[in-house]
Ligand binder design. Sequence first.
Ligand SMILES: Nc1nc2c(c(=O)[nH]1)N[C@H]1C(S)=C(S)[C@@H](COP(=O)(O)O)O[C@H]1N2
Ligand SMILES: [Mo]
Length: 507
Amino acid sequence: MSAPIAGVAGIAAVAVGAGLGELVGALVAPESRPFAVVGGALIDAAPSWAKDTAIALFGTADKIALLVGIGIVAIGLAFFAGWLQARRPPWGVVLVAAVGVAGAVVATTRADAGSLAWVPAAVAGGIGAVTLWGLIRMLRPREPVAADGPEPSRRAFFAVTGVAVGVGVLATIAASARRAGGAAVEAVRSALRLPAPAVAASPVPTGAELDIPGLARVVTPNDQFYRIDTAIIVPEVDPADWSLRIHGMVEREVVLTWDELLALPLDESWTTLACVSNEVGGTLIGNAKWLGYPIRSLLERAQPTADADMVLSRSIDGFTASTPLDVLTDDRDAILAVGMNEEPLPLEHGFPVRMVVPGLYGYVSATKWVTELEVTRFDRARGYWTDRGWSERGPIKLQSRIDVPRKQQGLKAGDTVIAGVAWQQHVGVTGVEVQIDEGEWMPARLATAISDDTWVQWSMPWTATVGDHLLRCRAISADGEVQTSDRAHPAPDGATGWHERFITVFE
Ligand SMILES: Nc1nc2c(c(=O)[nH]1)N[C@H]1C(S)=C(S)[C@@H](COP(=O)(O)O)O[C@H]1N2
Ligand SMILES: [Mo]
């Protein structure tokens, strides 16, 4: 039998196995669906340069890219298993079964594994192996080959192969539909009414929103807010099941339930979140009005011991962030947030509860789906990304970005505007300067900042002349620091350098 046909048998067998594994997973152990387990394990195993590259290449579509990558590798492996089973039975079947067993083992080691975590991968491996065995057996000639047309077993082979692929595809579709249809937590979320704030945030000051087309809005709508996390499947945490445990180096352990949290006086605050992976000029940053309870007040209840210097926050899916204790206990708005722009947190932004800490990159502060605060020391515990080569501390660096004129837009000569945003959360920005064609730095007009914890818009009128131009910007902080021109990559603690943009102006 030919290698391609045996390979197709392998792909069909793996398709039906994986599809049914996904479907069974959607029914009994949604967090442990085969693709999610493999994707999650790969994300956790990936070194920091791989995260960096993935985000640089695919941005917030990095997880879709990963799943496509896993799919391609799975197809290659399946083809090989088919070929192997035809050449050296039973090794193709053994390979498929072994991958299933390995998947089942990995599934049980994931942070969010339930007692049935091993089932989806076991189903996938089992069905894949049996199907492969049967398909390759059908291809073995047992009767004399008929004179005209393909032998009957071969026709049956193609029929069964087609059915297997079809079942695999349908099961995968059914699995995703089941997830969408079974979004019970989303229903809980949309029915939820958050309490009114005890202390409301000041409204967006007049003059904070310059309203320039193409310029990032000063308040980022939730559905446009960047999303970065290691979760292949967005965790679905029912508030009724949620609790937060504060433990470790504390005088007394504190456990807080959802109802207890909502009964506390909640404050609103404006904070601009930023990702350490944001390149100069990048868009992994957004500003929102958050509603939540000061972490400081919770820590007061728990009473950290004198030698503690860090809080390791942990999410339901095992992500951890190391936040300096003094940042969580000073007067800034470091909160356990339940609301984002006057709504409950969207699921992908950490529903029901996340941390928001002004001034620190998200990877050391903004734990979504948070369930645990362990008071500890930097020399005793490390956060998720620190284990992967990023710094244990991540204060946000002074940065600015040009939003308009846009790169793609063919600009016409004449009066126009250069505009963008600048930020250094919890320090504040006092100026932005613009340089055109390597000339003198000129002060831009700074919009009114909402607060030192948020980014600020800036603009500068420009009479654009025909030809190519190089625009640059740099920010000046409230500390008097001038944004450095030194270029640094995001790893290990945030990108630096000036954002620049080449613009061609037409007549
Ligand atoms: N549970 C969990 N929380 C997390 C992460 C994660 O991977 N898992 N990523 C962090 C990082 S790196 C960033 S930049 C912010 C992003 O928050 P957002 O997706 O709401 O914008 O979440 C942080 N909180
Ligand atoms: Mo991040």
